[in-house]
Design a protein around this ligand. Structure first.
Ligand code: GAL
Length: 644
């Protein structure tokens, strides 16, 4: 069975609406509702006094209507009584401003009072509903996002640093405090990276991000374990990709029973489809290849800077199928019924303000029917032969002050690499630089400014074992402490695999374009490098770099390693990736992904992103409609079962 449904907040409505909800959920084939995400003030109206009667009634009603429940712990939005009783549990910004209630996500994960309150409400819910027949899974918290720089945080950060570095001496060494007279003489002097005068210490920034990620994991585990004492249903929390949450999502992925993500594209049209694949491929990768779940999407929501754009007719199906194609076990939305009051009154929903007699609800109901027909696909997986490397340390390292260029965009670089592969019709996994990469025929490292010794060694091993690696500029320039690699970049084992040595980095001026020897254009960055075994494929044609290598290729062991020392524009970059992969053809505009089951069955998901109809090689049975299909209309989707 595939899941279909969304966040359900019946506490915003009355009985007449609940009755209509029951009928409309049946019509839309809803089988999973996420309940209670922001219900703390109702569930615990005062400290220690619980009111479950209303939730009992809704769970029983949903169950009677064949809708399972993804039961949330409401800890992302503590009620006003909590704030007033525990003002020290409110988050403090980097500038020292303490937030109060009136929105959501106002809590400090390092505050003992908050942690206790969160654990208590999670336990109380699990005690009451752990065995409830409606409960299919648990949704801990909501998108752990809040960062805090308060005194509780400072104390917890010091404990974490003691554990990580062992001694103050080691901390001073790691953070390079010999520079700018930052040497710490006692632990009490160490603070979280609060607002300061000029460049912040980079090591302090990076360690703070790592610390925060560990703190989130600890807070999640506490609730998860409290739930597990009373329930055997899977426990998850929803991730928001790619950079909204300051978390090591690989690590979070190891803690949850099921990876769940929320996805709201940030541009319309083809970009939204590419962004869907980007999010979905990351989700599958964090899940270690296992199926995962799209926990939230919008029926009509594309965030575009300072506005919310509507989706085009057909987008709800295309985005839903885009996620399921890449391993999601269904599609849920935020939210079932559009709120008539409150901060997200204008956020889209499955049932809009206009009600069931609306384009949106009709599309939702049709998508629900289509998803229901995909039941046999559940549990099947997607395999990829190409990986893009992602590491939270490398991301956070590119955020520090004092880097040589403002054009170094971590997620932008990953997105670009993924997009070039997506445009070429290649299914992509994400992998960590220290993962076993041997099953991939091609690996792209777009932005590993920070690369650990183990990571550099692993990449060397991957190439020598027969892999093809593309490394992009400014990679492996620092170790896990953000200390520069001396004697030439990148880290020695990677240098050996690449057969090059970078001597000097030369960022380009804002807006400056340079031209390489084949006429391709590049921006942002250039490097003076010399080959040490690699062949030069392209050279620079400007200034002191004229005639020097810009793109190199090195046969090493059984494999080969490419190094691109500049920011090729999108076209050149995409052409390079397809050239390395040996794919000559123009992109067809039809996205095709296959899910395989262990018993040998497979399903081909097709999405036509072009404005013209595409004929299929032969007529086939389309699971989405239950009818034969021989042609995909513009924007059309199909799911074909491949025979054994
Ligand atoms: C998500 C969040 C939902 C809702 C949604 C709006 O990040 O989990 O509660 O706010 O965004 O797009």
């Amino acid at each position: 069975m595939m899941f279909f449904g969304g966040d359900y907040n019946p506490e915003q409505w009355d009985e007449a609406v609940w009755k209509e909800d029951d009928a409309l959920m049946r019509r839309a084939r809803v089988n999973l509702a996420t309940v209670g995400v922001f219900s703390w003030a109702l569930l615990e109206p005062e400290e220690g006094r619980y009111d479950f009667a209303w939730l009992d009634a809704h769970l029983d009603r949903l169950h009677a209507n064949d809708v399972s429940v993804n039961l949330a712990t409401p800890t992302a939005s503590p009620p006003p009584w909590f704030t007033l009783a525990h003002p020290d549990a409110m988050p403090v910004t980097q500038d020292g401003v303490r937030h109060v209630h009136g929105s959501r996500d106002t809590y400090c994960l390092a505050s003992p009072a908050y942690r206790t309150a969160a654990r208590n409400i999670a336990r109380a819910l699990a005690e009451r509903y752990g065995e409830h027949p409606a409960v299919a899974m648990w949704h801990v918290h909501n998108e752990y996002t809040t960062l805090c720089w308060c005194d509780h945080t400072a104390a917890a950060f010091r404990d974490w640093l003691r554990e990580r570095h062992g001694s103050l001496e080691a901390l001073n060494e790691a953070w390079g405090t010999a520079f700018w007279s930052q040497r710490y003489g006692s632990w009490e002097q160490v603070l979280p990276p609060r607002a300061t005068h000029w460049h912040q210490n980079p090591g302090q920034h990076l360690d703070f991000r790592r610390f925060w990620s560990d703190l989130v994991l600890a807070a999640f585990r506490e609730q998860r374990d409290a739930i597990r004492e009373h329930s055997d249903r899977p426990v998850t929390t929803n991730m928001m990709l790619p950079g909204y949450q300051n978390l090591d999502l690989w690590a979070l992925g190891r803690e949850v029973d099921l990876i769940a993500i929320d996805h709201y594209p940030d541009a319309p049209g083809l970009d939204a489809a590419a962004d869907t694949a980007f999010a979905a491929d990351r989700a599958r990768s964090f899940a270690g290849g296992r199926p995962w779940l799209l926990m939230e999407q919008g029926t009509n929501t594309v965030y575009d800077g300072d506005r919310i754009l509507g989706k085009e007719p057909g987008d709800i199906l295309r985005h839903t199928i885009g996620h399921i194609a890449r391993g999601s076990e269904g599609a849920l939305f935020f939210q079932w019924r559009q709120s008539r009051a409150g901060a997200e009154t204008w956020h889209s929903a499955m049932v809009p303000h206009a009600g069931a007699d609306s384009r949106v609800f009709r599309e939702v109901a049709a998508v629900g029917e289509a998803v229901e027909r995909l039941g046999e696909v559940a549990g099947s997986t997607v395999t990829a032969q190409v990986a893009v490397l992602h590491d939270a340390d490398a991301w956070w390292a590119l955020e520090v002050d004092g880097l040589p260029s403002a054009d170094l965009d971590y997620h932008g670089s990953l997105r670009r690499a993924h997009r070039a592969l997506w445009d070429a019709g290649v299914t992509v996994d994400f992998a960590h630089p220290e993962h076993d990469l041997s099953r991939y025929r091609f690996v792209v490292a777009p932005a590993l400014f920070l690369l650990s010794d183990a990571g550099a060694e692993n990449l060397r091993r991957y190439v020598s074992g027969g892999g093809t690696l593309l490394v992009q500029h400014f990679t492996g320039f620092v170790d896990e402490y953000l200390h520069a690699r001396l004697g030439g970049y990148p880290a020695a084992p990677l240098r050996e695999a690449l057969g090059i040595r970078v001597e000097e980095y030369r960022p380009l001026r804002r807006g400056e374009h340079i031209v390489l020897s084949d006429g391709s254009r590049a921006t942002a960055w250039s490097e003076l490098l010399r080959t040490e075994g690699a062949e030069t494929v392209l050279t620079y044609t400007h200034g002191m770099l004229t005639g020097r290598p810009a793109l190199t290729r090195h046969r090493f062991g059984q494999g080969e390693a490419w190094y691109l020392s500049t920011g090729l524009d999108d076209r050149g970059h995409a052409a390079l990736i397809t050239r390395i992969l040996g794919i000559g053809r123009e992109p067809s505009g039809v996205e095709s992904v296959t899910r395989h089951s262990t018993d040998g069955r497979s399903w081909q998901f097709l999405l036509n992103h072009t404005a013209t109809a595409i004929s299929l090689p032969e007529s086939a049975h389309d699971l989405l409609t239950g009818a034969p299909v021989s042609e995909l209309p513009p924007g059309g989707c199909a799911v074909l079962r491949n025979s054994l």
